[in-house]
Write a protein that binds this ligand. Structure first.
Ligand SMILES: C[S@@+](CC[C@H](N)C(=O)[O-])C[C@H]1O[C@@H](n2cnc3c(N)ncnc32)[C@H](O)[C@@H]1O
Length: 341
């Protein structure tokens, strides 16, 4: 349910930080105030695909996992996780991940990771972002028409014909994987989407650079070319932009330890857990429990107090106040006096 409801807190407007989680009764230290559902969209970075269980996100110091699903290319810590994952994905999801896997194998020489590129230019403006997505929708229309008219759709042929500019050759598996997981969730629960993901704080200029915008644009077109035809109505600029805009301000990093720190394995969107604002002196600690999150009071909290987590990575104790504020400004785009928030 989103925003979440509880006898312990309510999501309410705050003075200067949008909505926040406000205690509606006294919360004793160590109380778990919220356990999240599974993510509405997530990605485990491709470089960790053999080490992180695709279902429960377990990671054992870089060891290769024992169970491999050959059709999807996903790896699991156990056959229970594999069969649970297949069941959760359903026929359409399994087929979409199979296509995704074949596409990445086909394009293995064109794989890139846009986040490894240096930030060369300014962030694209809102107008540049909208113009790119309008153009993407026009090109996606041609791909959809070609696919639905082909008697035997051949994704690669359609893809080659429809996407001819040189930069379209690059494939970013992490962006593709994040979008596909969110698109599948949307296709499974279209009625929940407006009240969950669409309710989150959105960043309308979420791209770090023009190459980053292009990589997302390309990923949308590539998915339009490869997903099962049945899934095509869910592959829209609106769904993709919502996933991207929401991730920029709400995603939770998935790290190898139960808390922040260690290896950065991926990230996920957890709508009901996305109403906690940041504080440099948080009264709530978050802990990853498998593929979900748990939020616990680190001290007694009074009625009316705001429940806050830290958005910083766990190393903030070593940062100066100026460094903390600049990190929050860079990644989250807000300025806040650290002693207040
Ligand atoms: C995960 S959302 C938190 C919920 C959000 N306030 C809302 O209304 O949906 C993160 C966004 O909340 C805002 N925010 C969080 N902590 C803040 C703070 N300490 N000061 C100002 N804005 C904050 C920023 O806009 C940030 O991008």
């Amino acid at each position: 349910m989103c925003p979440p409801t509880s006898r312990l807190f309510a999501v309410q407007a705050t003075f200067d930080a949008g909505r926040g989680v406000i205690a509606t009764s006294s919360i004793p230290q160590n109380t778990v105030i919220l356990r999240s559902e599974q993510p509405s969209a997530h990605v485990l970075f491709r470089q960790y695909r053999k080490e992180v269980c695709a279902r429960c996100f377990s990671y054992d110091r870089g060891r290769t996992l024992p169970v491999r699903d050959n059709a999807s290319g996903k790896l699991f810590c156990s056959s229970e996780c594999q069969s649970g994952w297949i069941e959760e994905q359903g026929r359409l999801g399994s087929e979409a991940w199979r296509q995704f896997h074949s596409f990445l194998q086909l394009k293995s020489k064109a794989v890139t990771n846009v986040h490894s590129l240096p930030m060369l230019a300014a962030k694209p403006t809102r107008d540049e972002v909208q113009a790119a997505w309008d153009e993407a929708e026009g090109r996606a229309g041609s791909i959809r028409r070609e696919r639905s008219s082909a008697s035997k759709p051949r994704a690669e042929k359609v893809f080659q014909r429809a996407l001819q500019q040189p930069w379209t050759q690059a494939v970013d598996p992490d962006i593709l994987g994040y979008l596909l997981s969110g698109i599948l969730e949307y296709a499974r629960h279209p009625e929940q989407w407006p009240s969950e993901v669409c309710h989150l704080a959105m960043d309308e200029t979420p791209y770090r650079s023009i190459p980053d915008l292009i990589a997302h644009y390309n990923s949308f077109l590539q998915l339009t070319a490869i997903v099962p035809i049945e899934l095509l109505p869910s592959v829209t600029p609106q769904v993709c932009q919502t996933l991207i805009n929401a991730a920029s301000h709400n995603s939770f990093g998935i790290h190898s330890g139960s808390e922040d720190g260690d290896e950065y394995l991926g990230y996920g969107l957890y709508p009901e857990a996305s109403y906690f604002n940041h504080s440099c002196r948080p009264n709530i600690a978050k802990r990853r429990a498998g593929s979900a999150w748990e939020f616990r009071a680190v001290r007694d909290i009074d009625v009316g107090e705001e429940c806050c987590i830290t958005y910083l990575g766990g190393d903030e104790k070593e940062l100066t106040v100026v460094e903390r504020r600049s990190r929050l400004k860079q990644f989250w785009e807000f300025e806040s006096p650290p002693d207040l928030h």
